[in-house]
Design a protein around this ligand. Structure first.
Ligand code: DAH
Length: 339
């Protein structure tokens, strides 16, 4: 009997089936009540006592092996049923939602591209800065209000470590590391301790520009910014420079563009003046050049800085700066078409 069981064991190990039906037939053949294996249990009764242990173990092993291989066959068919059901080729494809660029990324890229065309490279600097790069080297007097806790987020005092309030700090880092000619722009995130409203946020983005070489003049500044304004807002755009004050430029100016909405006629956006302010600029103060070991007798340069949110708000007529930071998909998906 042991030999017979051994043969059967080999047999069930090599079972194969082409269909679920065939697998079921095998189950009936070997394992059903009247199948081969249960009938062995009947024969077992007549096995002599001294062989009972060995035969019993062999039958059990045979039964387990048969069950296992038939279950495996069946499982295989169940799985292929599932996959064939899932790949109904007539089903419409499922849509993959495509993300869109954030409007601030779109506008930053446009600004970078415009200045790239006239030879400005891009550099970045750290958001956590020291007093030297944000204030001291830029000629901010010690009592300047920007150095007050009310305007600046300090991380540490004495030594002062803070979140940069403007990207002008990257001007300093660039001039410290490189001798002229320097022609670069510095996009980045800045932080100010301000109450959040429709027009102001404590986090926003700027692009700073810097051009230092021999004989750089205010006319170069004006022409560069006129080029930028026309590229950004359209060929018909006009600019005007108004005298202003920044500690790090002398002379300093603020630049307005003719209103993008009414073209200068007067409307809500330009508060009926025909002009909207978009950036600050000026000739780099000789003291700032000296602070960075650049010879002010030999070199001159201009700088400018603008808020990316402000440019984007004008370009897309967005009236609340908070929209940029809320990540509301209904707002963001409107910019899908842009590259
Ligand atoms: N840093 C100034 C600000 O945050 C913007 C600015 C003005 C930058 C004039 C400049 C500049 O480079 O020349 O308000």
């Amino acid at each position: 009997m042991l030999d017979k069981i051994k043969d059967l064991l080999e047999e069930v190990k090599g079972l194969t089936a082409e269909t679920a039906e065939e697998a079921e037939q095998l189950r009936i053949k070997y394992l059903s009540k009247k199948g081969i294996i249960p009938s062995l249990f009947n024969e077992f009764k007549s096995v002599p006592n001294d062989q009972k242990k060995a035969v019993g173990q062999a039958i059990n092993e045979l039964k387990n092996t048969a069950q296992e291989s038939i279950n495996n066959l069946k499982e295989q068919f169940e799985q292929s049923n599932l996959t064939s059901g899932a790949s109904d080729l007539t089903l419409p494809g499922s849509q993959m939602p495509i993300g869109s660029r954030h409007p601030l990324s779109i506008v930053r890229k446009q600004i970078v591209d415009i200045f790239d065309r006239i030879g400005f490279t891009v550099a970045e600097g750290p958001e956590i800065e020291d007093d030297w790069h944000v204030f001291e080297a830029l000629n901010f007097p010690p009592e300047h209000p920007a150095r007050d806790m009310q305007d600046t987020f300090f991380i540490n005092q004495d030594p002062d470590i803070l979140l940069r309030t403007h990207t002008s700090s990257v001007q300093i880092r660039t001039m410290e590391n490189q001798q002229p000619p320097i022609r670069a722009i510095f996009p980045g995130r800045v932080f100010r301790n301000e109450a959040i409203s429709a027009r102001a946020h404590c986090i926003f983005h700027q692009v700073e520009g810097l051009y230092i070489d021999e004989d750089v003049s205010f006319a170069d500044l004006r022409q560069t910014l006129l080029y930028f304004a026309k590229e950004m807002f359209g060929k018909e755009t006009r600019i005007r420079l108004r005298p202003s004050y920044f500690p790090f430029t002398e002379p300093s100016a603020e630049m307005d563009i003719s209103c993008t909405l009414c073209g200068g006629e007067g409307c809500n956006i330009c508060k009926y003046t025909g002009w909207v302010e978009i950036l600050g600029c000026g000739m780099v103060d000789p003291a700032v050049l000296s602070n960075c070991n650049i010879d002010p007798e030999k070199y001159t340069g201009f700088a400018f800085g603008m808020g990316i949110e402000r440019i984007a708000m004008l370009k897309y007529q967005i009236n609340d700066i908070r929209l940029f930071f809320e990540n509301d998909v209904r707002f963001l998906e409107q910019f899908k078409a842009e590259s």
